[in-house]
Design a protein around this ligand. Structure first.
Ligand code: AMP
Ligand code: MG
Length: 409
């Protein structure tokens, strides 16, 4: 059976970033990756400006930082100076305002005392040329590339793009994801399950995981375990970049998802991975005739909730990130076991655990959990510790790889 790393390789080999689109600087662009170099359309600052509230002066007038000057102008931010200052003159100036011609330093207001007759006394000020002055173009020059293709848009990049006049930029878009839960036993979360029925927990869970990964996810609801029902919903889902199914990929009589996918020209690249939980995982692609983008990706996750959760983090999230031109991950840290732990398993196991930082590095401890249906147990976890196959008495201090799915404590 295929090892996890080999299966991950097969998934990522199919992916290239989604073709660029235009995006505005709103919340939907946050976290996306630039698909072009961005150059500034102006010098920044565009004029030489004051960095302090105080007086614009000619440094040569105050050789020892002390003296008296005539105040001939007042310049606030957003206003232009009305005149140059001459020898022995100063202009009252506020932070962000343009320096008047001939001024080459700003004296902070705390070093000044206003006298009668429109004069000001400066004492003990730092008035080297350039003091408290931000020269034009200090931050960037017109035409200079300030953000490179491949940069992820964080709040500071938003601010910079706005500064250089780029209210719209080219980015790799967030993937569109469709999520379909399958199973005759499933009812909507708002319904009261009848005997032998359960609520669809996987749909909302996977929707949240996709959203957390930065994708635009929609729910296709629930499909019954019948080929006609599956064909209809899968066809709908195949309009998106990624289709995630949950349930119906194991070896049961009504596990019809593999057949339904084949019927719809989805090419299965693997089915079953050597891991626990999550063994029945299926991955397929459907090439796109209509664009130069990557093929549509199809993940058939096992129906047990924790299997679906772990498979998403190990395979789907990296795929979504690669479509967005982000480093795919998943992220692992090395952590030492807090307390002895006995475990017996026939496949490498991703066991719900609590990861925390300590003075000496990462620590990890499995949380109480009885297996792949136990989603409740996972609410106490923030990570998955990777345990080897076989029968082991793991000792406190032993070091394990831990799959990080969120911020640790
Ligand atoms: P399957 O992979 O279809 O064989 O389902 C495996 C187990 O997961 C069964 O016990 C299902 O009832 C359960 N299951 C399947 N789909 C869901 C779902 N959407 N929400 C919660 N449990 C599910
Ligand atoms: Mg089923």
């Amino acid at each position: 059976m295929l090892a996890v790393v080999d299966a991950q390789k097969i998934v990522l080999e199919q992916i290239r970033p989604l073709p660029p689109v235009s995006a505005r600087l709103d919340a939907t662009a946050l976290g996306l990756v630039l698909a072009e170099d961005v150059a500034s359309d102006l010098d920044m600052p565009p004029f030489t400006k004051a960095m302090m509230d105080g007086y614009a002066v000619r440094a040569a007038d105050l050789p020892h930082g002390t003296g008296e000057l005539a105040v001939v102008d007042e310049i606030t931010a957003g206003r232009a100076p009305s005149r140059a200052i001459g020898p022995g003159q100063a202009a009252r100036i506020m932070t962000g305002a343009p320096l008047p011609e001939a001024a080459d330093a700003v004296v902070m207001v705390e070093r000044s005392r206003l006298l009668d007759g429109g004069r000001v006394r400066i004492e003990d000020a730092d008035v080297r040329p350039g003091a408290n002055v931000l020269p034009r173009g200090r931050e960037m020059r017109r035409g200079e590339v300030v953000l490179k293709a491949g940069t992820r848009l964080r709040p500071q990049e938003f601010g910079l793009l706005a500064t250089v006049g780029r209210a719209e930029t080219r980015v790799h878009p967030a993937p569109r994801v469709a999520i379909l839960a399958t199973g005759d036993e499933l009812v909507e979360p708002s319904a009261r399950p009848g005997i032998s029925q359960i609520r669809n927990g996987n749909g909302p869970m996977l929707l949240a995981q996709a959203a957390r990964a930065g994708a635009l996810a929609r729910s296709l609801g629930i499909a019954a375990d019948r080929l006609d029902a599956l064909h209809e919903r899968i066809s709908d889902g195949l309009r998106d970049d990624v289709l995630i199914l949950a349930g119906g990929v194991s070896a049961g009589k009504l596990d019809l998802v593999p057949q339904a996918l084949t019927d719809l020209a989805v090419q299965t690249l693997f089915h079953k991975v050597r891991m626990k939980p999550g063994k029945p995982l299926l991955f397929g692609i459907q090439p796109r005739a209509d664009s130069d983008g990557p093929p549509r990706l199809v993940f058939g996750l096992p129906g047990n909730p924790v299997s679906a959760l772990v498979c998403f983090e190990l395979f789907v999230r990296p795929a979504l990130r690669a479509l967005m031109a982000l480093p795919p991950g998943p992220r692992f840290v090395q952590a030492s076991l807090s307390e002895d732990f006995e475990n017996r398993t026939d496949r490498p196991t991703y066991r719900p655990a609590r990861l925390s930082a300590s003075g000496t590095g990462w620590r990890v401890q499995p949380v109480p959990w009885f297996g792949s249906p136990d989603l409740r147990g996972v609410t106490d976890a923030n990570a998955f510790v990777v345990l080897p196959e076989g029968e082991h008495h793991h000792r406190a201090g032993e070091v394990f790889s831990v799959l990080c799915v969120e911020d640790a404590d």
